[in-house]
Design a protein around this ligand. Structure first.
Ligand code: F6P
Length: 319
């Protein structure tokens, strides 16, 4: 029987991690379980940074960005001796089950622990929305709203100077933030893996806009694809638009989670605890068509995220 449950957050922080932590702690306490937190992700686990918590620990965190138990990236958390160390620590602390809140790297770490006999559950949280076993990850909604806030402000100055603004957004190798931001902002162009845009097509479009005396242009570019400063230079040379670049960077990871992320966090957290209590172990939670679903973690780690169906066509029809 599961009596003691520990929770960690790992990988890039995402708004909604605190809300998920709160939901896990409270659902566990409600069911009469002892709840623990692990600071600094898998690194803190290996170092034994484990503390028992009560309900007060989760007071006033539902609306806070970041993660109060901190996060870390630990690439070594695949080496057998590191995994073994983590297993020994969990056994020393008598922890029966572990909930990991994070992205696909977190799920891989949890899966390795599951392969060593630890009971685990995973909650998807990353602004990138690149987890295959769910339609939506915690943090994506908030990051998208942050991007839109920034672009709304940028439009004021971009329009005042009749410039072309190139905005680089995060997503690692996933274009969900870029494509959704483009749709929400009515951008003149979006460049990402799922929606590659040929430079000559873009330049032709911008030249046409310039000829029609359009006030400005917004182009959204996913990170890790191209050098936006180089692209801006070519746009300035070839289209008549004066181009400027903005890299939104880690601003996109901060801020108070949206109501959507908070509510999803509550649903994910409660479900993850239910799974462990009911001995349906080694699963990750997710959402499909607004229903909470579960997927065996060994399958989840091999699933590729499908971007929202039809989004690309919609962008093409409306831009
Ligand atoms: O996974 C979240 C994310 O913000 C990605 O979008 C980005 O590529 C990466 O993390 C940056 O990581 P770090 O803050 O560790 O440099």
């Amino acid at each position: 029987m599961v009596r003691k449950i520990a929770i960690l957050t790992s990988g890039g922080d995402a708004p909604g991690m605190n809300a998920a932590l709160r939901a896990c702690v409270r659902a566990g306490l409600y069911a009469g379980k002892e709840m623990y937190v692990i600071y600094d992700g898998f690194r803190g686990l290996v170092e034994g940074q484990i503390k028992q918590v009560n309900k007060d620990f989760t007071q006033d965190i539902i609306n806070r960005g970041g993660t109060i138990i901190r996060s870390a990236r630990l690439p070594e958390f695949k080496e057998p001796e590191v995994i073994q160390k983590a297993v020994s620590i969990l056994n020393d602390f008598d922890i029966d089950a572990l909930i990991g809140i994070g992205g696909d790297g977190t799920f891989r770490g949890l899966n390795d622990l599951a392969n060593h006999g630890i009971k685990v559950a995973g909650i998807p949280a990353t602004i990138d929305n690149d987890v295959g076993s769910t339609d939506t990850t915690l943090g994506f909604s908030t990051a998208l709203n942050t991007i839109c806030d920034c672009i709304d402000k940028l439009k004021d100055t971009s329009g005042s100077h009749q410039r072309c603004s190139l905005i680089e957004v995060m997503g690692r190798h996933c274009g969900d933030l870029a494509m959704n931001a483009a749709l929400a902002e009515g951008a003149e162009g979006v460049i990402c893996v799922e929606h590659p845009l040929k430079p000559d097509v873009l330049f032709k479009r911008l030249r046409h806009m310039k000829a029609q005396n359009k006030s400005h242009a917004i182009i959204i570019v996913s990170e890790n694809l191209l050098d936006i400063n180089e692209l801006a230079k070519t746009i300035s040379e070839q289209t008549g638009f004066e181009a400027r670049t903005e890299v939104l960077g880690r601003l996109q990871r901060g801020g108070s989670p949206t109501a959507h992320d908070r509510i999803l966090a509550a649903r994910f957290g409660a479900k993850a605890v239910d799974l462990l209590i009911n001995e349906e172990v080694n699963q990750v939670v997710g959402v499909r068509n607004n229903q909470i679903i579960t997927t065996p973690i060994n399958e989840a780690v091999n699933m590729k995220h499908e971007h929202t169906h039809g989004l690309r066509d919609l962008i093409d029809r409306l831009e």
